[in-house]
Design a protein around this ligand. Structure first.
Ligand SMILES: Cc1ncc(COP(=O)(O)O)c(C=O)c1O
Length: 413
């Protein structure tokens, strides 16, 4: 029996996360399937920002660094993020963006493994990760080789005694394929190398237990599943036992042991603070903390369970109702091997997504032929999935995507 809208509404009625949606601001008649790019705004953000601008900034002014605890914000929010990614207090700071944090950690890790020349990563990793690695290799003037492995299943074999560092994104940004974090981390350690996980597509979407994994380093962003806001600061994780062994290259005054002594020579502070560089975007941190606080109210295992169910429902409905429209499911069907989005490949992917957006079903496109649908269990219902696939079916049946207006390529896809 084909699934009906009523079936999905019945699932919503018994959904333990159904009330979470009221914490988020979602435009009317919109099915938002893009939390893998930009999470929606938590409703509490405007009031918090209003308070920040009228009281903290306008009135309390510079005294806010102390009295309103602006100076502590990267640490305080870092500790909150730590709870979401299975780390301990003082192992995470919220700062900069994922790319810059990656750069800091890659250089620090290479310096901590002298004599080792290789960084193992994945070809087709998110481009910024590869670009940052290329830039580091250039600055090490030929002493560092980037091994970008084509076949995900062979990454593990490439890790050996020559490896200084392994840099991987656990959930692939395009396909959503989840790597075996445990096996890769273990292999890395067996060979005396360090591991750096890019958690951009897993923080807030699936359980990550960095301490249980004995992970060394991680970075991530907060503007996707964690609803931190556009361009919200990212985070940096360094396992406690490594923190004072590593020195990062962007030696700014915020990482100094005594920033307000204003001495000429750099001396890193103890602990996670040495991975900060400079004055933080307090306004952005303030908005972002609201999103993190919402996530802390919920159990990551419940979020994961619903995300997997939403993904399965989406795949089933696509197979049932969009068979014959030449879509390929570009993500693993096994929910255990998938992150929180599902990718479809199609020759007309860009135009199809534009037509969907016109109908307020919002996902995104990744060149050359992939459309992505991200599921954020706190604000998505099973009926949303049913309705989104209904609209996709209509777009395909009526070939609406073929209209001229949907062929115009925007700068952001
Ligand atoms: C896996 C991954 N890493 C890194 C980034 C880039 O992060 P940022 O622009 O915050 O530096 C992204 C952005 O989407 C990403 O998906």
């Amino acid at each position: 029996m084909p699934l009906t809208l009523a079936d999905t509404e019945a699932l919503d009625l018994v959904d333990p996360l159904k009330n979470a949606k009221s914490e988020f601001s979602i435009p009317e008649n919109t099915i938002y399937l893009n939390s893998n790019s930009l999470g929606v705004m938590p409703k509490a953000v405007p009031e918090r920002i209003q308070d920040f601008t009228t009281r903290e900034w306008s009135n309390d002014l510079i005294g806010s660094w102390n009295h309103n605890k602006w100076f502590e914000a990267p640490y305080r929010i870092g500790d909150k993020i730590a709870r979401i990614i299975g780390a301990s207090d003082s192992e995470v700071v919220a700062t900069d963006c994922a790319s810059i944090n990656l750069y800091k950690l890659v250089v620090a890790a290479l310096n901590a493994r002298p004599g080792r020349t290789r960084i193992v990563t994945e070809a087709g990793n998110f481009p910024t990760d590869l670009y940052m690695l290329q830039s580091v290799a250039e600055s090490f003037a030929g002493d560092v080789e980037i091994v970008a492995v084509q076949d995900r299943n062979k990454i593990i074999e490439e890790i050996d005694e020559r490896t200084a560092l392994v840099v991987l994104t656990d959930v692939h940004y395009k396909t959503s394929h989840l790597l075996d974090r445990k096996a890769i981390t273990e292999r890395t350690h067996q060979h005396g190398a360090l591991i750096l996980w890019d958690l951009c597509h897993s923080a807030g979407a699936l359980p990550v237990d960095l301490n249980e994994l004995e992970a060394d380093l991680a970075v991530g962003c907060t503007y996707k599943y964690l609803s931190g806001g556009p361009g919200a600061p990212g985070f940096i994780f360094v396992a406690k036992h490594l923190q004072n062994q590593l020195t990062q290259p962007l030696q700014g005054w915020w990482g100094h042991a005594e920033p307000f002594k204003f001495v000429d020579d750099y001396a890193p502070t103890e602990g996670i603070g040495r991975f900060l560089c400079s004055t933080q975007s307090v306004l952005a941190l303030t908005a972002m903390e609201v999103g993190i606080d919402v996530f802390l109210k919920y159990e990551m295992k419940d979020i994961r369970r619903k995300s997997q169910k939403l993904g399965q429902l989406f795949i089933e409905l696509i197979e049932e109702r969009c068979a014959g429209f030449q879509f390929t499911i570009a993500s693993p069907r096994d929910p255990e091997q998938r992150g929180s989005h599902v990718a479809l490949a199609h020759d007309n992917a860009y135009a199809i997504m534009q037509a969907l957006i016109k109908h307020k079903v919002i996902g995104d496109f990744r060149a050359p032929d992939t459309i992505r649908f991200g599921f954020s269990p706190l604000y998505m219902s099973y009926a949303d999935i049913w309705n989104a696939v209904t609209i996709l079916e209509e777009v395909m049946q009526t070939a609406q995507w073929d209209r001229k207006e949907f062929q115009i390529v925007n700068s952001v896809t």
